[in-house]
Unconditional design. Structure first.
Length: 671
């Protein structure tokens, strides 16, 4: 018979294990015993570690106590049981919040028959009526720690409850009952709960005080978040000395809800969209709602304030994700519908640029990150917000095509700026560890400073060759371009980034584009566009000026951009040679300078046909040349922008109308 693991037969047993020896710790552990293990009961954990419950003991955490109390009152209003909320600031540091809701229950609690439900709520963590959906279908309180934390961190808290025409009162001190629940007497015109508390100086410091300005703003915001609720504010005059923007008494009621809130927020700002996009949609599949108000400003920063069950979520979350998705998809669909092909690179960040938005949702049992509820993490909020806003946004865009086009143009412009900055940052990163590489066709000047330096941008290698020989090498540089450059007025950022000629030009300048333009990094004092004196040359010059106007307007505003004026004709009589810029000057010179003389008139087909000496003395020598400085009409910049878009943009019909309007001024051209 085969033996098993512990003996020689099937009935053999495992030997008994030896008794363990006593654990002998190191000398440093000898004083660590069970007596050192503390068990914190009741609200003591809150007082020991307030940061775990309200994020710290700074001013923000201090005002979070008020938020917890007024949130409870708002939950009563949202549930349909309260029609008003009152906030009172007192001179002695107390703040009182009242509502006319159902009042906290005062009867004995089933699990703690020797305590009232009121005392359980105020002295026990994770207790309350918001865990299920019977008392509140939607609420801001989730963990049952809000008002108990306020009680724990208050020097004194007094609560009054009016129920069934009777008034009850109980006092607390630093989380513990300081009196029994007493029945004060009958009341006939009052119901609801009043919580009056004073933050504990032992926790927040002797100089920590609730600020009237901050509490006033928080109180007013609650009124906006639930249309129709009346919120009453009062503050002791002593607290308002030196404060001008907080009244002693005020009553808030905003029937328009978030739209009224947004209108007050953006008052005085220039709007890109004349109308505020606002609305409210009730959820179809149970309790819940989405309300929003959005506007895009001309020059303002992006600000999005969001709320869940009236709780501010300053760090955003899934409901803001749904908002951004709805707006991006709505604008993309409208752009596709109107044939705008530039929208493909737009992101939600581009859509939200310049947007001032307010978003409020109500959902059952929301999930937040942390007890202070600064960020919503409920996954269903994405779909709820997106589906609620999408159709109303489509209708809003369709109702005002002009407004929609302005918004789409702004969003595309933001996207192009973003992609341009990314491209420039990538270029800087690549060249940060190695010497700057200039374009191969650039004949740079020898001086190493911008003062007095000139860059001539010429058309083609032939003209470039003549210009390179004609230049003054010390301070004049030449960059030849190959034919007509890209028309940036109707090209996307990708085409700009892929266009080698424009990248070479930008690299030669060294100054960046648009908002990244740096005048101190410009490598030349004057940028001179030097093209042939014919129609094609004028077209190339127009394309270059359009590029500088759209992409590097700072260069023009700095007075750095010029147009050279090369001659079109050479007129010779005997040993005398002069040059004419155009037909009119040619006729004038022949009639005056060469009167009754036989002249030989030669027409330059381009700069490449001119001898270097001729190009230098007519177009490049500062003593003899003529330059036209390009400027932006600052007094009518909108008209300038519209003219560039009309003449150089993607809409051919705009140029056709321009030609038709001016057909009467066109004569026969001598070609």
């Amino acid at each position: 018979m085969a033996s098993d693991l512990f003996g020689s037969g099937p009935l053999a047993r495992k030997p008994a294990a030896p008794k363990p020896e006593p654990i002998r710790g190191t000398p440093g552990e000898s004083g660590y015993t069970a007596a050192d293990i503390e068990v914190l009961e009741g609200l003591e954990p809150v007082r020991r570690r307030p940061g775990m419950y309200i994020g710290g003991t700074d001013e923000k955490a201090l005002h979070h106590l008020f938020a917890e109390v007024i949130d409870n009152a708002m939950d009563e209003a949202v549930a349909g049981h309260a029609t008003f909320i009152s906030v009172e600031m007192e001179a002695d540091g107390f703040v009182a919040v009242s509502d006319n809701g159902r009042g906290i229950p005062i009867d004995p609690h089933p699990k703690f028959p020797d305590k009232s439900a009121l005392e359980v709520i105020l002295t026990t963590l994770h207790s309350g009526g918001k865990f299920g959906s019977k008392a509140y279908s939607t609420s801001g309180g989730l963990h049952g720690v809000g008002v108990s934390v306020v009680n724990a961190l208050s020097e004194t808290l007094e609560v009054e409850v009016a129920r069934a025409q009777k008034l009850y009162r109980q006092l607390y001190s630093r989380g513990a009952p300081a009196s029994e629940l007493e029945e004060v007497g009958p009341v006939h015109n009052r119901r609801g709960t009043r919580v009056r508390f004073k933050p504990d100086a032992l926790i927040f410091g002797p100089n920590a005080h609730l600020k009237p300005t901050r509490l006033f703003a928080m109180t007013r915001a609650k009124a906006y978040l639930f249309a129709g609720i009346e919120v009453r504010w009062s503050c002791t005059p002593e607290l308002l000395i030196g404060i001008d923007d907080v009244p002693e008494k005020e009553t808030f009621r905003f029937p328009g809800g978030l739209k009224d809130y947004l209108r007050a927020t953006i008052e005085g700002q220039a709007l890109l969209t004349a109308d505020i996009f606002s609305g409210r949609v009730e959820a179809n599949d149970g309790p819940g709602a989405v309300e929003w108000a959005l506007a895009w400003t001309e020059d303002g920063d992006s600000v999005t304030r969001s709320y869940c069950n009236t709780i501010p979520t300053p760090e955003g979350g899934t409901h803001e994700q749904g908002l951004r998705t709805a707006l991006l998809r709505g604008l993309r669909a409208y752009a596709d519908l109107t044939g705008n092909k530039k929208f493909k690179d737009v992101t939600s960040e581009d859509v939200m640029a310049g947007c001032v938005g307010l978003l409020s949702i109500f959902i059952r049992e929301p999930e937040f990150q942390g007890q202070t509820k600064e960020k919503l993490s409920s996954s269903e909020a994405v779909r709820l917000v997106e589906t609620s806003m999408r159709d109303p946004f489509d209708h809003w865009l369709a109702a005002s095509p002009t407004q929609a086009r302005k918004l789409i143009d702004r969003v595309i412009e933001r996207a192009e700026d973003r992609m341009r900055r990314r491209s420039e940052k990538e270029t800087l990163r690549k060249t940060a560890t190695r010497k700057l590489r200039l374009p191969g066709k650039l004949a740079d000047c020898t001086q190493d400073h911008a003062k007095g330096a000139e860059l001539f941008i010429v058309e083609g290698d032939s003209a470039g060759g003549s210009a390179k020989q004609a230049r003054a090498r010390q301070n004049q540089a030449v960059l030849p371009l190959r034919g007509k450059i890209l028309n940036v007025a109707n090209a996307g950022v990708e085409k700009l980034a892929q266009n080698q000629q424009l990248q070479d030009l930008l690299l030669a300048l060294g100054c960046g584009t648009r908002s990244s333009y740096r005048d101190e990094d410009l490598r030349y004092e004057r940028i001179i566009v030097m093209t042939d004196a014919d129609v094609d040359g004028a077209h190339i010059a127009s394309l270059l000026v359009t590029y500088f106007y759209r992409e590097i307007p700072g260069l023009i505003r700095g007075g750095h951009l010029y147009l050279a004026v090369p001659p079109l004709y050479r007129i010779t009589a005997g040993a005398t040679t002069i040059y004419a810029r155009d037909d009119a000057e040619r006729e004038k010179l022949i009639a005056t300078t060469f009167k009754n003389k036989k002249v030989d008139v030669g027409r330059f087909k381009g700069l490449g046909e001119m001898m270097p000496q001729q190009l230098r003395e007519t177009t490049m020598d500062p003593k003899k040349r003529t330059l036209l400085r390009v400027e932006i009409a600052e007094d009518d910049e909108i008209e300038t922008r519209n003219a560039v878009e009309r003449l150089m943009g993607s809409k051919a019909e705009a140029r056709f109308h321009f030609i038709q309007e001016r057909a009467a001024f066109a004569g026969e051209l001598d070609v």
